[in-house]
Design a binder for this molecule. Structure first.
Ligand SMILES: Cc1cc2nc3c(=O)[nH]c(=O)nc-3n(C[C@H](O)[C@H](O)[C@H](O)COP(=O)(O)OP(=O)(O)OC[C@H]3O[C@@H](n4cnc5c(N)ncnc54)[C@H](O)[C@@H]3O)c2cc1C
Length: 400
């Protein structure tokens, strides 16, 4: 699958921070992680820190799948609003899912700090903008539900928005908890830390076949070598659908751009993360270098040729929409790219064992905040592999 167009910003900007060999021998280990994006890296670090002998392989260069295209807003708010999620999965499961996403932002921050990973992690508040007056009652209900579960947020009416931003919108939710990161540097930093703790990393090594054996899995690589392991973790992103014979969610394409660094960005309150209630939604953030990232304009197909043919048009639209919100910010596009992403019906990830693969865990961080799900996956899979009970595992299981 072609996961991204040719120039996603992070991998162009960072180059190849590290080289890894391809696997050229048979290996036996406790766990093999398939996929070296942000999900596989988080899972692998959690496993080696728990002293599980782990090998990670990736068919591409590390971090050059969806992770290199991610705009990497770290949000506790999933694509499905809390009030809708309650209707889909019930109050307890919905509030717990929101809570876990919220906690995972702090956990990512602490992990990056503890492992001394220079990845531009910053705490940022998050602004969710209503587009129309008719959305105000729903937004008020959403505000109350989130407040009730202990989330720190404010309800902004139109004057409150105008006081802080150069645009007018009928209402917004301003949440304290959010963050942003360079996902490519975070991935490489995690793997470097993992290697120091005994992790083996091989890229340009494709898994061609996975067999379930009596005691685990046997994986055959593209070079004909075999990996035997007690457990496999499939962190293969949207390409996991090849194994599942169909995606666990719906795959789409989405567009993003990053500006040249700006000397100043005026009128952007606390340089918060911004997203809106559109479908597809428009979203934006800044970076440590003073760049602006804008994304959205999703389309309902993944065909790479069709997707990339629309890039100039989608980029122009994103620039125009940004200009309507921030008319005084002279945004000049440095890079624009497109990528595949996935959605699930309830907005939650699929994490856990799939009925067809009893010795393999899947870690599929679908949705607009896949990275917070990656952290949740790392914890759930580590716990399960160590035989620890984790009361949250059922929230993300297949066939829920
Ligand atoms: C434009 C865009 C914007 C996004 N914005 C955000 C955002 O703001 N916030 C957020 O949280 N999320 C965002 N996402 C989603 C986020 O990027 C993904 O959830 C995340 O990157 C998934 O990481 P991953 O490691 O699971 O997948 P990937 O990064 O795709 O990693 C999977 C890896 O598995 C490897 N692989 C696949 N099959 C095999 C095989 N058979 N053998 C060996 N290796 C294999 C691939 O080569 C790949 O490197 C965005 C996505 C896109 C495209």
């Amino acid at each position: 699958m072609n996961l991204t167009s040719s120039h996603p910003f992070w991998s162009v900007n960072n180059g190849l921070p590290e080289n890894y060999p391809s696997l050229q021998r048979d290996v036996a280990c406790d766990a093999v992680v398939i996929g070296g994006g942000i999900t596989g890296a988080l899972v692998a670090v959690h496993l080696v820190e728990a002293e599980v002998k782990t090998l990670l392989i990736d068919k591409r260069d590390i971090g050059t799948g969806s992770t290199s295209a991610s705009t990497a807003l770290l949000q506790y708010e999933i694509d499905v609003p809390l009030r809708e999620l309650i209707q889909k999965v019930g109050l307890t499961a919905a509030t717990r899912s929101y809570q876990l996403c919220r906690e995972s932002i702090g956990k990512l921050e602490r992990l990056a700090t503890r492992l001394k990973i220079n990845c531009g992690f910053e705490r940022k508040p998050s602004l969710f903008l209503a587009r129309h007056k008719s959305e105000i009652p729903d937004l008020r209900e959403e505000f109350q539900l989130r407040q009730k579960m202990g989330i720190e947020l404010e309800f902004f009416d139109a004057p409150a928005i105008l006081k802080r931003f150069p645009f007018s919108r009928p209402a917004a939710l301003f949440s304290k908890d959010g963050g942003q990161v360079d996902p490519h540097r975070l991935t490489h930093g995690l793997l470097a830390a993992g290697q120091r703790a005994g992790l083996e990393v091989c890229d340009r090594t494709e898994m061609m076949r996975m067999e379930q054996t009596r005691r685990g899995v046997r994986i055959t690589t593209m070079h004909g070598f075999q990996i035997t392991a007690h457990r496999a973790v499939i962190a293969a992103g949207f390409e996991s659908k090849n194994l599942l014979r169909g995606a666990a969610g719906t795959l789409k394409s989405t567009y993003a751009l990053i500006s040249e660094p700006l000397p100043r960005i005026s009128g952007w309150h606390q340089r918060c993360l911004i997203w809106d209630s559109g479908s597809p939604y428009l979203y934006m953030r800044t970076t440590t270098e003073g760049r602006v990232i804008v994304g959205g304009e999703d389309v309902d197909f993944v065909n790479a040729k069709r997707r990339d043919a629309l890039m100039s048009q989608k980029t122009r639209t994103l620039v125009k929409k940004f200009g309507r919100l921030f008319p005084d910010v002279p945004l000049e596009v440095a890079y624009a790219w497109a990528g595949t992403f996935g959605e699930t019906k309830d907005g939650l990830a699929y994490i856990g064992v799939h009925p067809r693969f009893p010795h393999a865990y899947f870690a599929l961080g679908y949705g607009g905040n896949g990275i917070t799900f990656s952290l949740i996956a790392a914890e759930l899979i580590r716990d399960s592999l160590l035989g620890r009970t984790n009361r949250d595992a059922h929230l993300f299981r297949f066939n829920r």
